[in-house]
Write a protein that binds this ligand. Structure first.
Ligand code: SF4
Length: 351
């Protein structure tokens, strides 16, 4: 077992994390008071919509030791997810008959990939210094991932509320290790949005109501993923062909010219999801949906919401008999919720 001081151990953990394939790694202390204040203001405006889990854990979210007692340090990691060869998202937006799927969801579910790597990192630390207390997270508990990563020096929270790294843009996942190890905290990243407001202007539904304030109830990511009910009619046209999430605010961000392509084969698109016709996806049976989305983040929305989203997108394409017939063919087998979206799409196409 190696004897290391706080500084040496902190550096070693970063080296081990990079060797395991993390794109970046930093360390944060536990002072998330500012982020907690921002969260409470956001919640008080009801911007979280029906995401009750955002409010239900109270201060555990910004007081890490309440969530995991004895925590004194947080290790924060970044993993880039953009595959090198993809049909560009902006070209998909110009081809309404194709599906625009958020880039993070094209391949394997990131939760498993990151969790496995984080576990390996904790095993490496144990092997080197002996046992210690820790818990690993990736988008899996009331953890303020972006605020922690910002404090760990991994990037700043942009006006669209995503984390941005000046050398890697914003197409990456985050993960954390809460631990009782005393470690040397990094310096908080500085803010570099400057006077830019591109993401605010270009959001298709004007969901970024003010810098750092995203009204989830208007956000296409929320409407197509978190929302389990009807998509309000007022947002359906603006959805265009975005059937799972929305990358527009990231696409227009100038910092994404520095995007780093992923080294993880797991994040490469499955079933050509980066370049596929809406109709092909709409014609998937439920069994096909379950089989083809196995191990993918898309599966979590379920077949009905998948059909709902594609029906809306089909209502936004150039009318054709083929599409109208495909929509009509699902009218008998779908749930009431999906049927109402199919009816809307048919009306749009026959208008
Ligand atoms: S588009 Fe501009 S304002 Fe928005 S996050 Fe990027 S740099 Fe910041």
């Amino acid at each position: 077992m190696t004897q290391l001081n706080v500084k040496q151990l902190s550096q070693k953990i970063k080296e081990w994390g990079r060797t395991l394939g993390f794109s970046d790694i930093g360390i944060s202390d536990l002072d998330l008071a500012e982020a907690g204040e921002h969260l409470n203001q956001w919640l008080s405006k009801q911007y979280h919509g029906e995401m009750d889990y955002m409010s239900k854990h109270g201060s555990k979210r910004y007081q890490p030791a309440e969530l995991v007692p004895k925590t004194i340090s947080i290790i924060s990691v970044r993993l880039d997810y953009m595959p090198a060869q993809l049909k560009p998202y902006n070209s998909l937006l110009k081809e309404p008959q194709k599906a625009a799927i958020s880039r993070y969801a094209l391949g394997r579910d990131y939760h498993k990939v990151i969790r496995n790597k984080l576990k390996k990192l904790t095993q490496k630390i144990t092997a080197e210094i002996g046992s210690f207390n820790c818990r690993v997270f990736t988008d899996s508990a009331p953890v303020m991932e972006k605020a922690i990563a910002e404090k760990a020096g991994l990037g700043w929270i942009g006006k669209h509320s995503n984390l941005i790294n000046s050398k890697a843009g914003s197409y990456f996942f985050l993960g954390e290790i809460y631990t009782d190890l005393p470690l040397e905290a990094d310096r908080k990243a500085t803010f570099h949005c400057g006077s830019c407001t591109q993401c605010i202007q270009d959001c298709p539904t004007q969901a970024i109501v003010a810098p750092f304030q995203v009204d989830a109830r208007k956000c296409i990511s929320y409407l197509t993923i978190e929302n389990k009910g009807e998509i309000p009619v007022e947002f359906r046209k603006a959805m265009g062909n975005r059937i799972y999430g929305c990358d527009d605010c990231q696409m227009v961000c100038p910092w994404n010219k520095f995007t780093q392509n992923t080294q993880e084969h797991d994040f490469h698109p499955r079933y050509r999801l980066d370049d596929v016709e809406l109709l092909t996806l709409f014609n998937w049976s439920e069994a096909e949906f379950l089989q083809k989305t196995e191990g993918s983040p898309i599966r979590r929305i379920g077949y009905q919401c998948w059909q709902r989203n594609i029906a809306v997108a089909l209502g936004n394409v150039k009318p054709s008999q083929k599409i109208i017939s495909a929509l009509k063919s699902k009218l008998t087998s779908s749930t009431e919720m999906v049927k109402s979206h199919i009816r809307w799409a048919i009306e749009e196409l026959m208008d």
